[in-house]
Design a protein around this ligand. Structure first.
Ligand code: FMN
Length: 185
């Protein structure tokens, strides 16, 4: 089996966000699936706004290098106004720097999708992210994790306590790792 790396990208700009915690759980699943993992939280990366043709900041270079080296990705965004957050979309806009890579963008990479929602619109952000994966020439994993009413999934200390959601996230992460291995053969 080839050694593969899965990169998790996401979270909101608020430290300890629900979408970041969900992403960490999915990465645990990817580790269970035999991958090495890297977590890129947006509040840590602190990316500038995308400007075409601008010299990339160190945070942007880190994003591009990590995504480029990954066999697969897991994306996790909060739902903001019925779609992915602006901060998450800005990170995807920076992936334009992969346009001249060979192969370009996310060619032959599998992407697992997670969205956390306050209401019941998790799937809308998943669908928006899926459009972006396709435009970046990647493949989405068929299992997705739209986590509706995400505030119900945590206990008072902020620990992920919903067993069904945890199992779904781990299964998604493991599935992404296994699919990435098959695609890397
Ligand atoms: C600016 C803003 C817009 C939001 N819009 C929606 C929305 O359209 N639909 C929804 O279900 N939840 C919405 N929410 C709730 C968040 O999706 C929810 O709290 C999510 O779990 C936050 O994830 P985070 O902790 O990773 O930031 C919104 C929250 C904010 C701050």
């Amino acid at each position: 089996m080839p050694h593969i790396k899965i990169v998790g990208l996401g979270g909101s700009l608020k430290p300890g966000s629900a979408s970041a915690l969900a992403l960490s759980e999915a990465l645990r699943g990817a580790e269970e699936g035999g991958a090495s993992v890297e977590l890129l939280e947006l509040h840590v990366l602190d990316l500038p706004m995308f400007v075409p043709d601008r010299e990339p900041a160190p945070s942007v270079r880190r994003l591009i290098e990590s995504v480029s080296a990954a066999a697969g990705l897991i994306w996790s965004s909060p739902v903001y106004h019925g779609s992915m957050s602006g901060a998450f979309k800005n990170a995807l806009d920076w992936l334009e720097l992969l346009s001249k890579h060979e192969p370009p963008y996310l060619t032959d990479k599998i992407v697992g999708l997670i969205a956390t929602a306050g209401g019941v619109q998790g799937l809308q952000a998943i669908n928006a992210m899926e459009f972006a994966v396709r435009s970046l020439r990647g493949y989405t994993h068929p299992l997705t994790a739209p986590l509706d009413r995400a505030w119900q999934l945590f206990d008072k200390s902020g620990t992920f306590s919903d067993e069904a959601a945890l199992a779904k996230l781990r299964t998604l992460g493991k599935g992404v790792a296994e699919a990435a291995k098959r695609m890397s053969r």
